[in-house]
Design a protein around this ligand. Sequence first.
Ligand SMILES: *Cc1c(COP(=O)(O)O)cnc(C)c1O
Length: 396
Amino acid sequence: MEKRFIYADNAATTAVSEEVLSAMLPHFTKSYGNASSIYKLGRDAQADVEKAREKVAAALGADPKEIFFTSCGSESDNWAIKGAAEMMSKKGKKHIVTSVFEHHAVLHTCEYLEKHGFEVTYVPVDEKGLIDPENVRKAIREDTALVTIMYANNEIGTIQPIEEIAKVCHEKKVLFHTDAVQAIGHVEIDVKKQGIDMLSLSGHKIHAQKGIGALYVRKGIVLPNLIHGGGQERGKRAGTENVPAIVGLGRAIEIACRNIAEKAAIVTPRRNRLIDGILKLPYTRLNGDRDKRLPGNLNISIEGIEGESLLLMLDLNGICASSGSACTSGSLDPSHVLLSIGLKHEVAHGSLRLSIEEDITDEDVDYILEVIPKVVERLREMSPVWEKMMNGEEVK
Ligand SMILES: *Cc1c(COP(=O)(O)O)cnc(C)c1O
């Protein structure tokens, strides 16, 4: 079969779409005013920033006043968590509830707070990668400042029962934040209906550029200022607005959220064909719940191989994929997400994540399903681990 180029790593980042780029371009050279300036060039920029804010708000069912632009998803997570911690510690609340398999932007922020006098409870996930809202309830204490649980996991794609978790938090009168970076544009979100107090999102996962994000903060929650300086973002996050990026995010979220169901109807069967095809290989397992997962995500452990070797071989065949999360590649520790669902180290090491979108064709799927078995067979032939497994020896 002829070699193809297939980008199947949209959970790591996405291309800026042509529509987003063309919305951004005038803001570099023509409509370049400072949004704080009084003349028309500045007022126009200000108006475009506010239009983008309305689009982000509309995508979430929020009010534009509840949307703050940030530089990325990680910044949004940091602001929400450290901000809530600072705010609530004044009321003597110094405990945070999160899950064991959050993105590092959340986990490392919680670890930082642990070093600064906070206690953190890490709620477990089951073997399918799902969180039981009852475990969140049990973790909440009198002094809990915040619950932060991700909407959809970036590695195994599982979608959490966010509305139920939010309900528990509200019954207990605790703030609820969710990292929805992977969920935006793939599942329907309505922060009011779902009872979400704060929500983080990022542009580059939905075809806007890298380096732009947003944080939704429900009206009535007054987070401490993130960056001190000018009056931008209602005085909470100073710094001259990145107008092109903000406009791009507005356009990207509008496009991403307008036909979620139609996109899922295209992607899910192709994703399932990939899952079923790869699972035909012996000693493989699907990670994460089969149904409660992002339409474009699949994560499969393939025993007897190293994930990194697999990725290099796939790259030689024109397929961009991932194993564990991009943030930790370069480290040899297996993914904390895969360990959290009970995988043994050596199984977690041989994992493959494909994150596809509706541009993937049936022919692309055929191609992937032709390449992977060949590559896996070659790698297993060379693998001492596989040889041991086949000889019935114990593998450590
Ligand atoms: C990508 C990602 C982030 C970080 O977003 P950046 O904009 O890259 O900082 C945070 N959380 C999740 C779940 C992600 O997938």
